[in-house]
Design a protein around this ligand. Sequence first.
Ligand SMILES: [Fe+2]
Length: 249
Amino acid sequence: MAASENKTCRFCGMAITGPVFARAGRVYCCEACVLKEREFHAVQTQREDAYVALAESLAAALDLREHETGLHSKRVACHTLVLARRYSDDAEHLRQVYWGALLHDIGKIGIPDAILLKHGSLTDEEWTVMRTHPEKGGAILASLPFMAEAAEIVRNHEERYDGSGYPRGLAGDAIPWGARLFTVIDTLDAMTSDRPYRKALSFDAARDEIRRMEDKQFDPGAVAAFLAEEARLREMVALKCGEARVPVV
Ligand SMILES: [Fe+2]
């Protein structure tokens, strides 16, 4: 800020009679516009918090239908962020990865209970229905412009690096990087969580499986990120990280 006279605010166009705020060297702004902008950012932050809280509540409700604890989505979102931070420090990218991982199975809202909660193997017809959930989820989020990147993670979260996944059979880099990171974490969480038919497996067992499936189910880069963050993820899994509210970025 510089004290000066005879300047015009570039934002409201009024002559600046009070303190002058310099912007980008030679752009000047009045105090009222600075305060207005601060207010705007405060409201934006509150709105972001509300979006995150709403998305987390929705994910928990979806999880309760399929998982006893209702915390699977929150855990995988927190853990996927650990890998994503190795590739990016861009807050918007990280937010999209968090939302995409959090809401990855939102499309299951359109899968009947008789299929989603069925004990035992699904028939071919039932699998056909089950395999529609990524597209259904992507379509749900596509109506929200601020979730465009997250929608792509949702749409591609069942793809495999070697092209053997669904719904489109994408392979390699054609799969969004957030989705490639997520699939590693989803396997970690699935294996280290209790299931109705078995107790949770050890972190080591999950790590061995992830390494075994490198280049097949998983992107080698995502596996490398997982191994580089092994100590942190091991601690997070042990602490059941994801059960408390954590900042997204
Ligand atoms: Fe899924």
